[in-house]
Design a protein around this ligand. Structure first.
Ligand code: C2E
Ligand code: CA
Ligand code: CA
Length: 512
């Protein structure tokens, strides 16, 4: 069937279905990828925060060792302690200075020796740890100070802010912040006593169990998309490939879904149905008498499709009406333009079906057809197959009455294959009988078979109707039919159905 290869033109639903199925893997996959990206960022933030936390704990462990080592010296003279303080600074990593406190006064320092500065105990979280933007010696350099206290004396160990800042330089785009009490060290290493802007994405806080500080980690907004683009190209690529595959299969699947009826309707609109013409000869003198118009479908993919593959559907779907109408319009245009080259009067046979007999529309079609030709130059013959019995009712009576008034003639096609009674032929006032080619092909076979043909020809003669023999293929058949007085002969022996140019060339030569 030509319908199995229905085309895609004018099918917005199909395009929509293909587009949707291409998008589907992306639509389903993207939220999953997005969610996964978010999860990955959370895990990475957690890991980075934890890593920074343990690095800072290591620094504070060193400071703790130093603080413990000198605590017993607190309270004693600074001169005795100075050497021990400096020794801690040089022997322990991260430690910048070691100091002693007595009566709330920082009185001895590894940096400056004997000294006097009031200790700001309230700045320490739990009296143990503080973070400050700078001190009087180096106001621009952040410091972290660990404090140890015993019996009213204390040791203070400072760590240069550079070290915790290094720990906050996490990998990739994760942002890290250190919080000690109300002081925060930001990712750039600067210290403020105000809470920074919260990290909007995948924010986690890793709290140290051993020292009073915590590390915050997170990402700027939109990071998940950047992350997607950076880390998931293979997955995105896979989704795109899946989309393309889904689109291609939908495209293939929906090919078959196009309904045969809509395919026919499309073909009518696209003028893919074209008239072919098969020339007939007169039985007596072998001159050209006219044509039968036979439709062909110029299918864009299947090529030339013969009528038996689509006429039944055109009839059952009612599309045979617009199809015939277009064919008649095209045939009258083509033939009227060459009326000079046609023998006159020129018979033009057109096949109609029972669908045409349900209203009077055919009258106007035939009138328009006849009016396209000089008066009397053509004889329009409507062919109605005997295989289909048509009810005679008031509509058909009026229809065939009107057609008769216009001079249109009626032929019963495929005569002998159906069961049209005499009464039937009279009611419709038939002009011609077209003997089916299955009977014509009996010529030259056994006597009994030929007897059937003889009977049919006799019956036609007795009804005094014009006789057309279809499917004449051999000279023997032609000679026999002529001796039996058949009026018109149609068949491959004389001409095949062909488009206008072929017909004109056929008619320009005498029939064989
Ligand atoms: P049909 O009306 O009986 O048309 C005659 C068919 O016999 C045509 O087949 C024609 O090509 C074929 N034929 C003619 N001479 C010979 C011959 O010597 N030998 C053989 N073997 N065949 C011959 P086609 O064109 O394939 O049409 C088939 C049928 O399709 C037609 O049978 C007719 O019933 C229907 N049809 C064709 N065109 C139209 C149309 O425009 N409207 C309608 N409603 N039906 C059409
Ligand atoms: Ca016919
Ligand atoms: Ca026929």
């Amino acid at each position: 069937m030509p319908f199995s290869l229905a085309r895609t033109r004018k099918q917005p639903q199909r395009i929509l279905a293909v587009a949707l199925s291409m998008l589907l893997p992306l639509l389903l996959g993207l939220p999953i990828l997005y969610w996964q990206a978010q999860r990955t960022l959370e895990v990475e933030a957690q890991r980075a925060a934890h890593k920074a936390q343990s690095r800072i704990e290591t620094m504070l462990d060193n400071a703790n060792v130093a603080a413990d080592a000198v605590l017993h010296l607190a309270g004693g003279p600074c001169a005795n302690a100075a050497m021990a303080l400096r020794q801690q600074v040089t022997s322990l990593a991260f430690v910048r200075s070691v100091n002693l406190v007595r009566d709330g006064i920082l009185y001895c320092s590894s940096l400056a020796g004997a000294y006097s500065e009031k200790e700001q105990l309230e700045q320490y979280v739990d009296g143990r740890l503080r973070l400050l933007p700078g001190n009087p010696v180096t106001p621009e350099r952040a410091l972290m100070v660990l404090r140890k206290e015993r019996d009213g004396y204390a040791s203070l160990v400072s760590i240069d802010g550079l070290h915790p800042h290094n720990a906050l330089l996490g990998e990739q785009s994760v942002a890290l912040q250190l919080q000690i009490g109300r002081y925060w060290m930001r990712a750039d290493g600067r210290v403020f006593d105000t809470k920074p802007e919260p990290l909007p994405l995948a924010h986690v806080e890793s709290v140290s169990a051993r020292y009073p500080f915590s590390v915050h980690a997170g990402y700027p907004t939109g990071e998940q998309w950047r992350h997607l683009g950076e880390r998931f190209p293979p997955l995105l690529g896979l989704l795109l490939v899946l989309g393309a595959l889904a689109g291609a299969s939908t495209y293939r699947l929906t090919r078959g879904i196009v309904s045969p009826r809509s395919e026919l309707a499309r073909a009518i609109e696209a003028n893919e149905f074209v008239p072919y013409y098969q020339a007939l000869v007169r039985g007596d003198d072998h001159t050209w008498s006219g044509v039968e118009m036979l439709v062909r479908w110029h299918h864009p993919e299947q090529g030339l499709v013969p009528p038996d593959q689509f006429i039944p559907l055109a009839e059952s779907s009612g599309l045979v009406i617009p199809m015939t109408s277009r064919l008649m319009a095209r045939a009258r245009e083509e033939l009227a333009a060459h009326i000079e080259q046609l023998p006159q009067p020129f018979h033009i046979g057109i096949n109609i079906t029972s669908a045409h007999c349900r209203d009077l529309a055919l009258v106007a079609e035939c009138r328009a057809f006849l009016e396209s030709f000089p008066p009397g130059s053509i004889i329009l013959v409507l062919e109605l197959t005997e295989r289909e019995v048509i009810d005679f009712n008031s509509v058909t009576e009026e229809l065939f009455g009107e057609l008769r008034k216009l001079g249109v003639r009626l032929a019963i096609d495929d005569f002998g294959t159906g069961h049209s009674s005499l009464a039937y032929l009279r009611q419709f006032q038939v002009d011609y009988l077209k003997i089916d080619r299955s009977f014509v092909s009996l010529v030259g076979t056994d006597a009994l078979s030929r007897h059937i043909l003889d009977n049919i020809v006799d019956l036609c003669s007795r009804l005094e109707l014009g006789i057309v023999a279809e499917g004449v293929e051999t000279v023997e058949q032609a000679d026999y039919l002529k001796t039996r007085g058949v009026d018109y002969l149609q068949g491959y022996l004389y001409a095949r159905p062909e488009p206008l140019e072929g017909l004109l060339s056929t008619l320009s030569q005498p029939a064989r």
